[in-house]
Structure formats: structure tokens, C-alpha cells
Design a protein around this ligand. Sequence first.
Ligand SMILES: NC(=O)CC[C@H](N)C(=O)O
Length: 373
Amino acid sequence: MNARAQAALVLEDGRVFRGAAYGAQGRSLGEAVFCTGMTGYQETLTDPSYHGQIVVQTAPQIGNTGWNDEDDESSKIWVNGYVVRDPARTPSNWRSRRTLDEELVRQGVVGIAEVDTRSLTRHLRELGAMRAGVFSGDALGTVDEMVAEVLASPKMEGADLAGQVTTPKPYVVPAEGETRFRVVALDLGIKSNTPRQMVKRGIEVHVLPSSASLEEVLAIEPDGVFLSNGPGDPATTTHATELTKQVLGREIPLFGICFGNQVLGRALGLGTYKMRYGHRGINIPVIDVATKSVAITAQNHGFALEGEPGQRFESPFGAAQVSHYCANDGAVEGLRAFDVPAFSVQYHPEAAAGPHDAAPLFDDFVSLMEKRS
Ligand SMILES: NC(=O)CC[C@H](N)C(=O)O
């Protein structure tokens, strides 16, 4: 392997990890977060929810299966920067078209390799996700210069990012087989596998930009409304939250995932807060309050809804409950409304990548629409 140029990962608290340039060379700034998934790096990199973040892969070996033309979760890589320990020298997979390194270069994503990602993960776990920068080649400066650049970059709290990743124009994903339902999916940063899960169940999915108005939603005469995942601070989602309230007021069945869970929660009157380091991985245990069963889930979030496991509360739309919580730390993982047809989860039932325990939630959405039709 050719020697790689020098690179540095600089955290806002002044901690510096030296390593080797990986992917494009230059500078990238963003919030450093760690993801514990041992597989699924292509889906992670192309998940729009990671926009604005520098993703640290806790697992040491990344890139082993190269980059293929099938597994992208959107049109491009959204992470601002990428941190790995030991990149594959020779990827091997029958679908691989190029190396991860080549793809990062092709898309101009600045990364760093040869970083002790376990030590870095422990640092972020104890001190919290924080702003960081990856600097390589000519962009390398003195530590003081690099820290100053990091400190001048925007924080994740207060970041309104959905508008930067949403589709510019509406589009339709046709149902497979007979069309049983029509659903409006509000694109706050949707992943490709989500419409795929719905169309398999006879749903025609109308994906609308995050700025869609109530009139635009109603013009489609939807049987249900879906709120997608997405990047940024849920406290900034005023438009989506207002739209959700109007949909709830009309008793149109509603299902939200991740950012969508936070938006539904805000519409029901709950607050959101920034977690210390969030949940990012593909083996996060969630408990369903009603059945006490555990699902192993795919997750990627840094904010969470306020609330206690099982807590019932009165919302402007009647009674509701914190229906799911995380077995690791008790964080809110799902909501159910009792007087309007709405529910949501903080995790990813589309599971790309990840286990399929939560896939039946799409069937629950279908049942909710069946009951109303
Ligand atoms: N995957 C998501 O939808 C993430 C939601 C939100 N941006 C968070 O970090 O909590």
C-alpha cells in the first residue's frame, strides 16, 4: 500500500488523534459521534440523518466488503467526515465495485484512518459527542489553529438540517402488486429502504419535501402519513410539528420513525433534549411496555424525547403513552396515542443495516389504516 498522507482528528476540547489520510484530503468539520455497528458502513455513510456529523466507526476493520451499487440509502454520502482504525487493504465481495477509500475520494469526503477508535469512543462516551475536525495534507495546521477552526464551526444543538437533505420535488414510489393504500411520506431525510418496506405491503408512497403544506398533503387524499428520520435538532422542526398537529386533528393514521418520533412527540407536547452521546448501532435493545418483549434494533440518534418508560400523559390530542424504552439507559424509544391513530418509534424498522425485529411495525401501520378505511 502507498504511504498515506498525515492527518489529525481534533476535538473541541483540544484532544488530538493523529493518523493517516483516508478518502479525500482536506478539512471536514462536524459533530463527532460513534457508531458501534460492525457491518453496514455503506448504509451508514449514505443515511441522511448523519448530515453534519463526523462518524467514528468503533469496529476496527472497515471497508472489507468494498462499495457496491445497490446498498446506498440515498443519492450520496452525507457524513461530513469519517474516522476508522484499520481500513481493508483488499476488499472482497461479489458485489463490490470499488474500495471504500476510492468512493470517499470520488465523493470528496475527508476521512482519517489508523486512529485508536476504541480510545476515541471511550472519550466521547465519557465527555459526550462534541464538535471536531479532520485535517489532512495541506489543511493540517498547528493544534491551536485547528482547535480554533473546530470551535468556530456550528453546534448540533439548534441545527436545522432537514431542509438541506430533503427531496427538492415530490415523487411517487408505486405499490408492488395491488395498491391498497396511499401514504404521504414527509421527507426529513428519508432512507431508500423505508419506501421499499411500504410498497411491499401494497402502499403507494408519495414522498413530499419537508416544506410541504397541509394542502399539498391533503391533495393526495392519503390513507396515512409517515414522518421519516432525518438530521439535526428536533427542536427546530416547527413546520413539521405544526403539520403533524394538523394531521392528528384530522385523525389521519400517522407513523413516525426516529426524527419522526421526535416530531410526533413535540406535536403531543413533549420536549426533546440532546443526549450525551446518543444511540448509534445495530444491536440496541428496546422494551415494548405493552408486551415486555425486547427487540434488538438499528438506531442513529443524538436527541431524545423527555419522558419515563411507560409514562402516560395528556396531550392536546388526548391520552398518550411512552410505549417503548431503551433497555440500556431508559431513554424514550416510542410513543402511542390512544385517542388519535398515531404511533412512532425512535429506532429504524427499515433496518438498513440492522436486524429485522422491528419490521412488523410497518404491518401495524397497515392495520391502523385498515381500521380507518
Ligand atoms: N436518525 C434520525 O432520524 C436522527 C434524529 C435526530 N437528528 C437525532 O439525532 O436524534
